[in-house]
Design a protein around this ligand. Structure first.
Ligand code: NAD
Ligand code: UFG
Length: 368
């Protein structure tokens, strides 16, 4: 075994310590919840949070952008087998069979393709997977009488906002096919809520999810060259990439580099549990931003990561990336008002946890 890899005993001790520390924090009604796309980055963290709260959770995923190793890690974390269905949302009969075979009180829908550049090259694949897959899911839910949905939306629905912080009343506009799928699905869900008075949905508009679970067992593991900033920085720190390319140094921002609202994935996972509680408790649908409300520049994030990891992050300022905007960060006030949710982790915690995950798993899940 490589010295950087985890030993089995280490994994088990961490998992036991973690589940003991989090036992008994369940707050709302216990539910049977299906996580579509639950083997992915945000889905697996949400699995961990929901299990800690005492919900019965199952995952459906086709592993198009995730690894079966996630299920092993979640089993280690939760100390119990992970109910799993290998399934593609484009396969409607398979979805209907799942809903006929199992009962669910709610669905959280993470399953989507998410690479902005790829969506410009293959828009039809994005429409088929993200919109077609969602329609199949909504139909299967309807057939089985499942009427609670949490949907992974994105700050991308705001495009290039006229002002920051962005609140939920801001004009919606999309700049690429991926963003269009998020906006269209939000609209489909809105129409469904209007047509079925008992259907309740939460559209959660994530800003920039980063970080990893404190155990270091699960985290973000992109295929190929990372598109996003934090996984790229992690791979530079661990020696898989030579240096960071900073896309643009002449934006009208604090230091000329792009500003975003990075949010710890564990805070984000908790918001899903809180949104489900809200659907039950308030018996209303909602659309909310999930961010910290704080903008961080590319160089600020790279510096914070360097301090957290003790590794230098060499970088070079290059041309702006087409389609990027200067500055986007959330007004998260509505989520606080409706859900009682606010982000707890700061940028140092995000970097520390991302680094723990990357240094314990230098090759991601592939390292075993
Ligand atoms: P991810 O790629 O890690 O997870 C998505 C999961 O869905 C993967 O496990 C993939 O295998 C699965 N999947 C995709 N298409 C499927 C299909 N047709 N059938 C079954 N499974 C399928 O992505 P993530 O970062 O965890 O994002 C989760 C959701 O949040 C996505 O909808 C994404 O668009 C949205 N989102 C992500 C970000 C971000 O920066 N990570 C930001 C805003 C919104
Ligand atoms: N950046 C670099 N170098 C890199 C990668 C990114 O300088 O190698 C910069 C970008 O130019 C931007 C910032 O880092 O200023 C953040 O870029 P990301 O790609 O990490 O994130 P984006 O805000 O561009 O987009 C992400 C998701 C979108 C989602 C959006 C809002 O990729 O799908 O957050 O949730 F819509």
């Amino acid at each position: 075994m490589k010295s950087s890899a985890l030993s089995r005993i280490d994994l088990i001790v961490r998992a036991l310590t973690y589940s003991q520390a989090n036992a008994g924090i369940f707050r709302g009604e216990q539910m049977r919840i299906l996580l579509c796309g639950g083997a992915g980055y945000i889905g697996c963290h949400t699995y961990a949070t929901l299990s800690e709260r005492g919900h019965q959770v199952a995952i459906a995923d086709n592993f198009s952008n995730s690894s079966p190793e996630v299920l092993t890690r979640l089993r280690q974390l939760s100390g119990a087998p992970v109910p799993f269905h290998r399934l593609d949302l484009r396969d409607k009969p398979a979805l209907e069979a799942l809903f006929a075979q199992e009962s669910f009180d709610a669905v959280i829908h993470f399953a989507a393709l998410k690479a902005v550049g790829e969506s410009c090259e293959r828009p039809l694949d994005y429409f088929e997977n993200n919109i077609g897959g969602t329609i199949n899911l909504l139909q299967a839910m309807r057939g089985a009488g499942v009427r609670r949905l949490v949907f992974s939306s994105s700050a991308t629905v705001y495009g290039d906002p006229e002002q920051v912080p962005v609140n939920e009343q801001a004009r919606l506009q999309v700049t690429n096919p991926y963003g269009r799928t998020k906006l269209v699905v939000e609209e489909l869900i809105g129409d469904l809520c209007r047509s079925d008075r008992d259907f309740r949905a939460a559209n959660l508009r994530y800003f920039n999810p980063v970080g990893a679970h404190a155990s270091g067992l699960i985290g973000e593991d992109p295929n190929g060259i990372p598109n996003n900033l934090m996984p790229y920085i992690c791979q530079v720190a661990v020696g898989r990439r030579e240096k960071l390319s900073v896309f643009g140094g002449d934006y009208p921002t604090v230091d000329g580099t792009g500003v975003r609202d990075y949010i710890h994935v564990v805070d984000l996972a908790r918001a899903h549990a809180d949104a489900l509680d809200y659907l039950v408790r308030a018996d209303r649908s909602l659309t909310v931003n999930l961010g910290t409300g704080r903008g961080i520049s590319v160089l600020e994030l790279a510096n914070a990561f360097s301090s957290a990891s003790g590794r230098e992050i060499p970088y070079q300022i290059v041309e702006r990336r087409p389609g990027d905007v200067a500055e986007v960060y959330a007004d998260p006030g509505l989520a606080q008002q409706l859900l009682g949710w606010r982000a707890e982790y700061d940028v140092d915690a995000m970097c520390r946890d991302a680094w723990r995950w990357q240094s314990m798993n230098p090759q991601g899940y592939q390292g075993g």
